[in-house]
Design a protein around this ligand. Structure first.
Ligand code: FAD
Length: 403
């Protein structure tokens, strides 16, 4: 049937940069493109460009393990991630693109009474914000996921917190859907255009220096994920962000086995199965700061040990490949969507290892901020100065495993 697929054109134009725009978005990852999409859709009169130093989808948006969920606890985060989930649920209709959004459910396993209490509390917070949650004990779980190691485990599985609406989405499909939608609304998507500096006059941004020359802008929004500290340094800012590598792994294709997402609660390991049959899994970040898009062997060993502890049969599967992406780790594990001390320069960063699920709401809210100058209500606490003021959103202390 594939031989019948002929005459496909590019999904977006390849324009030359104009001398100036109303809004320039730096970074053609998921967050930059969704920002451009919602900016052009909801505030249509603006001249907008997305500047990407490589090709669209070459960063974390094309490297993640595709998990989407809104099982957060804290008031500073939960409404934001629930907005994102609602946008995911309508994404394919909104972009008219098959992003393979699959609400197959996430199972966060717990292994102690204390962890069950914490998950029960989290589940209650999720129910209050309409995210939906279900707590099951080991007996019920055994019927649902019989291949887990229930009988001979160092950390026995006592049950799981389930968010049935969580799941996965095809990450490239998300990039392409947002890019095409933004392009159709007149956004110039300019690839191979690296931002090398900012022109700032009297505390106000006037545009960006790029590998293709100066481009003027009334407002600049930076959404460069793992490159945040390097890019913002060019505007004279030192941020509460460290960059670390996060690795992911995929096995050879297997027959359908795992029809949901599972996170291990006693170690860093989480897993799902792709529609091609590969087991897609990951774990903790590499423990040192790095801008390299590849990790090191200790984490490979740690992740695979986690897999063996949770579902020993994984030892029979062959590993197909692994890769890494650069995480913008904020100091409280929560994101920043805010204007910076430079007037007209806005920041979208601090996504740690969980920014894929945030892609729709991040763009929606960053667009709102760029267009109106006001934070959207669900990002009101995601301020850049919260670290100095002591108003951190410390979700990490009680967070689920990375995904
Ligand atoms: P990116 O795609 O990295 O976009 C940033 C872009 O900025 C890049 O394309 C880069 O080339 C560009 N750029 C950088 N510097 C410049 C410059 N100077 N000029 C112009 N452009 C520039 N999140 C989840 O929610 N669920 C998951 O299951 C999950 N799993 C993950 C697994 C792995 C292995 C990794 C690496 C990440 C995972 N994440 C997950 C996190 C998620 O992928 C990121 O938080 C999110 O993709 C970051 O936002 P982005 O898509 O905009 O980033």
């Amino acid at each position: 049937a594939l031989t019948g697929h002929k005459g496909w054109g590019p999904l977006w134009r390849d324009p030359e940069p104009k001398p100036a725009y109303d809004v320039i978005i730096v970074g053609g990852g998921g967050h930059g493109l969704s920002t451009a999409f919602y900016l052009s859709k909801n505030f249509g009169h603006l001249k907008i460009a997305v500047l990407e130093k490589g090709w669209l989808g070459s960063g974390n948006i094309g490297r993640n393990t595709t998990i989407i969920r809104s099982n957060y606890l804290l008031p500073g985060n939960q409404p934001f991630y629930e907005l994102s989930m609602k946008l995911w649920e309508n994404l394919e209709q909104e972009t008219n693109f098959n992003s393979m959004v699959s609400q197959r459910g996430i199972y966060n396993l717990f292994h102690s009474d204390g962890q069950r209490d914490a998950y029960r509390r989290r589940g209650n917070a999720m129910m209050l914000s309409e995210a939906g949650a279900k707590l099951v004990d080991a007996a019920d779980l055994r019927g649902m996921l019989p291949y887990l190691n229930f009988d001979n485990a160092r950390f026995p599985i006592k049950g799981a917190l389930i968010q049935p609406r969580a799941g996965t989405a095809r990450h490239d499909g998300v990039v392409w859907g947002y890019a095409r939608g933004a392009d159709q609304r007149g956004v110039d998507i300019i690839q191979n255009c690296e931002v090398t500096g900012f022109r700032i006059n009297n505390g106000r941004v006037e545009g960006v220096e790029t590998s293709r020359g100066f481009i003027g802008a009334k407002k600049v929004g930076v959404a460069v994920a793992g490159s945040t500290s390097r890019v913002m340094e060019k505007a004279g800012m030192r941020l509460p962000i460290e960059s670390h590598v996060l690795q992911a792994f995929v096995s050879e294709g297997l027959k359908p086995l795992i029809d949901n997402v599972i996170t291990f609660g006693a170690g860093h390991f989480y897993i799902s199965q792709s529609d091609k049959g590969g087991l897609v899994f990951g774990g903790d970040i590499d423990g040192y700061n790095s801008y390299a898009q590849r990790g090191n062997l200790p984490v490979v060993e740690d992740v695979l040990e986690g897999g063996m502890a949770l579902m020993p049969m994984i030892g029979r599967a062959r590993l197909l490949r692994n890769w890494g992406g650069i995480m913008d780790m904020s100091m409280d594990g929560s994101p920043i969507i805010d204007e910076t001390p430079v007037s007209g320069l806005y920041l979208n960063a601090g996504w740690c290892y969980g920014g894929f699920k945030a892609t729709p709401a991040s763009g929606f809210c960053f667009a709102h901020l760029l267009a109106t100058g006001q934070s959207h209500e669900v990002t009101a606490k995601m301020r850049l100065d919260r670290f100095a003021r002591g108003y951190v959103i410390d979700e990490k202390g009680v967070g689920a495993q990375p995904n």
